[in-house]
Write a protein that binds this ligand. Sequence first.
Ligand code: S3P
Length: 442
Amino acid sequence: MSTQLIRPARSLQGSLTVPGDKSISHRYAMLAGLAEGTTRLANFSTGADPHSSLACMEALGAKALHNTDGTIEITGVSGSFRQPAAPLGCGNSGSTMRMLSGLIASHPHTFTLIGDPSLTLRPMDRIRNPLIQMEAKIDLTDGHAPITIHGTPLRAIDFTTPIPSAQVKTAVLFAGLQAEGTTSLSESILTRDHTEHALLAFGATLTRTYARVPNQPARLSIPGGQKLKAIDATVPGDISSAAFFLCAALLFPDSNLVLDSLGMNPTRAALLDVITALGGKIKVLAVEERHGELIGTIQINSAPANRAPAAATTPFLIEGPLTAQLIDELPVLAAIAPFTANGLILRDAQELRVKESDRIALVAKNLRAMGARFTENPDGLEIPGNQTLHGASIDSGSDHRVAMAFAIAALRATGDSEILGAEAAAISFPEFFTSLDLLALR
Ligand code: S3P
């Protein structure tokens, strides 16, 4: 286990290109693995999680070539996965395990999916339920991994997602793509739509009807029996990785940060509105669309100390659909909340308790270690603003986002902090601590 020392900083300055988006990298790897032809991907995530998806694709018969220019070429199996020789290792990655289950459930082999101790604790009945409705044969171990799938032909269903989860949506759409009949799926809280864009990019037919009336679900339909064609694509930078630096910029007067090649998909970009509401000034310097995904360059400035905006005096409230949209950014928002003018109230975030760790409990433990005042609730946290925190020994709990979130909070602490289990950052952002050193002025 590695420990990382974090010294307080006085500003954040410079420019940064974050690694390719983790969510999109998973989807491109899986669809490229299934497709016919060779997909060329630039800026594939450097995080360990999407590489678990890639390794599973290789075990299922796809070929992956890592070029010296950093691009990855994936030659797919043209619709027919082979029997893997060993269990499919999903590592720490819930996305790999859940989405892959949908992708392989109709292939005529027996698959075992395994994960690390954290992944083995995470609920898997959320994908088993719709997949068994599709007639998949899928066994869990007490609701968890290891998962065993006996591949069998699937039939289409009409499914309403009981919890907002892009991973569950994706498992159903990936299974529906290869089922008999047209699968429909409704979600009343819109989750990230990378799967929809990726399927269309790989040549699939998919129809989407967005709610015109508030509180009406969005509906997706995907005909089964479809074949995919390889693509050439560049993965946009990961906004959930950029979130750490956007939040760091908020902590200091006169910060100035430029982020380029950044994914700005509207279903992921709610963070930019939150940063603005918390006093950051964001300028979009460029934006373009590739394979349905928005990629842009943004600049963030925090207001100089003597020209801070006359902000609201009530805590910033994150609840309902906004909680779902910010799900991966909540740890860092909670970690910096004590330094904001008015604090943060987070509600409806019980899903955080079944992520890579119980993120509510672990954030609470580390806020406590830094001397913060706050209240922990079953579904969130209430964190007053305008606090002074001291440096502390931070427990990452082997959770990448918690390790990075508290490295950011530690920049504003009085005194040094150490992040125990800092190596967890490599799950999504191996370059995090090097980038932090370059951008944080001491
Ligand atoms: C993801 C969806 C979210 C998110 C995870 C990645 C995805 O999980 O927290 O990091 O790529 O679809 P849920 O689907 O469990 O909400």
